[in-house]
Design a binder for this molecule. Structure first.
Ligand code: XLS
Ligand code: NI
Ligand code: NI
Length: 445
C-alpha cells in the first residue's frame, strides 16, 4: 500500500513506505519489534496507552548545532529562502515522517512551524497560512496535535525572561505570542497547551527581584488560562518543570516546587504537568519520582520522553533506551490511571553525528519499542507479580486497630505515648528493596 500525504508530489523519505510491527525476531531495522499498535494491554491498545508524539523542533528544525559548532544535518526540506515556502516544505516532510511511522500525534512551538516576521501582526499572518496548511495535513493523515506552545526563550528579546522579564513591554510581547498560540492550538484541536519557562528564572540573584518575578509569572498564567477557557479550550494547560538551563535557576524547578506555585495562584484546576526525563535527572530526581509526585497531587498530565547522560550535567535529550528506568516510570503511570489528554512526546534529538535521514526513523523506532516493552512489563508486574501486595503489606499496621485510628485523625500525641509504652520496642521489619528490584528484572523478558 502506498501512502501519499504530501500535498506536492515530493517525497523526503523515499527509502521507506511504512514502518510496521514485525516482531522481535525481525532483522529489518525499519520495523517495530515490540510496538504493535493494535495489541491489547489490559483492554486498551498500545496506541491508546502510549499516545506517541513527534517533537517538531528536534526532528525537523534542529540541524545539530551546539555551542562548539554549526549544524551538521542538511535537511532536504530546508532549502527554500521564502519563510512560508520553507515552512510548507518542512511541514510536508513532518507529516510524511509521522504518517510513515504510524505515530498519532505531533507537537510544536510557533517558531518551529514558521519563522517570526518583523512585527507581531505579520507573524500572525504567516502562522494563519500555516494553520490552514496544517489543518489539511491533519485531515489527510489523521495525525493530531498533542500540544502547542509558544517559544518564549529563543528570541533575544527574551534574554531577561518572558513573563518574568523586568521590562513590562517584553512581558506584553510574550502575552501576544501566547494568545496567538492558544488560538492556533484551539483551531488545530490540540489536546493540551504547554508552558515551559526556559528563561523564567535568573542568571544572578543580585539583579533580580525574585518575589516580584514569580508573582508576574503567576498572574501571566492566570490570564492565559482565563483567555483559553473563554475561547473554549477544554484541554489541559501543562507546565513543564526544569531546574536550570538556559538559566542558572528556573522558577519551575521541579514538581514539588510547581505544585506549591500552582496552588498559590489558583491554577491547580486547569494545569497539570508535562514531565521530562532529563529535566527530572537535572533536578537530582529520578523520572519516577517526578511522576509519582505529580500523580500524588492528581496533576499528572503528559511526558516529554528522552534520557540524559550519566556523566554529563546538561539536557542531552537523547532518545530513551533504558528499559529499567522506563519500567519504573510506566509502573507509576499505569497506577495513576495512564494518559488522559497527555501522551509520550519524544522531546529528543538524534546525535549531532547521526546525519542520515534514516537515523530519525531508527531513533523513534528505538524509543517506541522501549516504551512498548516497558508498558508490557509494568502491566504484567502489576497484574501478575506480588509487587503491589508486597508494598501494601509494608503498611498493613495502618489497616486496622490503632494504626487505622491514627490515619483517621483520632489519636493524639498523648495516645501515641501510651501505645508506645504498652507495646515496647517495635519489631524490625525489612524493606526488601532487593526483592522489589528482582521482580522488575524477572518480568523484563
Ligand atoms: C527544553 C524543553 C522544551 C519544552 C517545550 O528543555 O524540554 O523543549 O518541552 O518548550
Ligand atoms: Ni520538553
Ligand atoms: Ni528539555
Amino acid at each position: 500500500m502506498s501512502i501519499n500525504v504530501t500535498v506536492g508530489d515530493k517525497t523526503y523519505f523515499p527509502f521507506v513506505e511504512k514502518v510496521s510491527y514485525e516482531g522481535a525476531d525481525s532483522d529489518n531495522p525499519m520495523s517495530y519489534k515490540y510496538y504493535d499498535e493494535n495489541r491489547l494491554v489490559g483492554g486498551k491498545t498500545m496506541k491508546d496507552h502510549l499516545r506517541f508524539s513527534v517533537a517538531y523542533w528536534h526532528s525537523f528544525c534542529g540541524t545539530g548545532a551546539d555551542p562548539f559548532g554549526v549544524g551538521t544535518k542538511d535537511f532536504p526540506w530546508a532549502v527554500q529562502q521564502n519563510p512560508v515556502a520553507l515552512a510548507k516544505e518542512r511541514m510536508d516532510a513532518a507529516f510524511e515522517f509521522v504518517s510513515k511511522m504510524g505515530i498519532p500525534f505531533y507537537c510544536f512551538h510557533d517558531v518551529d512551524v514558521v519563522d517570526e516576521a518583523t512585527t507581531i501582526l505579520e507573524s500572525e499572518k504567516r502562522m494563519r497560512t500555516m494553520v490552514d496548511y496544517a489543518k489539511e495535513k491533519q485531515k489527510a493523515s489523521g495525525v493530531k496535535l498533542l500540544w502547542g506552545t509558544s517559544n518564549l526563550f529563543s528570541h533575544p528579546r527574551y534574554m531577561n525572561g518572558a513573563a518574568t522579564n523586568p521590562d513590562f513591554q517584553v512581558l506584553a510581547h510574550a502575552g501576544a505570542r501566547v494568545k496567538d498560540m492558544i488560538d492556533v492550538t484551539i483551531e488545530l484541536g490540540g489536546a493540551n497547551y504547554v508552558f515551559w519557562g526556559g528563561r523564567e528564572g535568573y542568571l544572578s540573584l543580585l539583579n533580580t527581584d525574585m518575589k516580584r518575578e514569580i508573582e508576574h509569572l503567576g498572574r501571566f498564567l492566570q490570564i492565559a488560562r482565563d483567555y483559553g477557557r473563554k475561547m473554549g479550550f477544554r484541554g489541559d494547560f501543562l507546565i513543564e518543570p526544569k531546574p536550570c538551563e538556559p538559566t542558572k535557576h528556573q522558577y519551575d524547578y521541579d514538581v514539588a516546587t510547581v505544585i506549591t506555585f500552582l496552588r498559590q495562584y489558583g491554577l491547580e484546576k486547569d494545569f497539570r504537568f508535562n514531565l521530562e526525563t532529563n529535566h527530572a535527572t537535572l533536578a537530582n530526581h529520578t523520572f519516577a519520582h517526578e511522576l509519582q509526585t505529580a500523580a500524588n497531587a492528581g496533576l499528572f498530565g503528559s511526558i516529554d520522553a528522552n534520557r540524559g547522560d550519566e556523566q554529563n550535567g546538561w539536557d542531552t535529550d537523547q532518545f530513551p533506551t533504558n528499559l529499567f528506568e522506563l519500567t519504573e516510570a510506566m509502573l507509576v503511570i499505569l497506577e495513576a490511571g495512564g494518559f488522559a489528554n497527555g501522551g509520550v512526546n519524544f522531546d529528543a534529538k538524534t546525535r549531532r553525528n547521526s546525519t542520515d535521514l534514516e537515523d530519525l526513523f531508527y531513533a523513534h523506532i528505538g524509543g517506541m519499542d522501549t516504551f512498548a516493552r516497558a508498558l508490557l512489563i509494568a502491566h504484567n508486574i502489576l497484574e501478575k507479580s506480588p509487587y503491589k501486595k508486597l508494598r501494601a503489606e509494608r503498611y498493613s499496621s495502618y489497616d486496622s486497630g490503632k494504626g487505622k485510628e491514627f490515619e483517621e485523625g483520632r489519636l493524639t500525641l498523648t495516645d501515641l505515648h501510651k501505645i508506645a509504652i504498652e507495646s515496647g520496642e517495635p519489631m524490625q521489619k525489612s524493606g526488601k528493596q532487593e526483592l522489589f528490584e528482582n521482580i522488575i528484572n524477572q518480568y523484563i523478558r
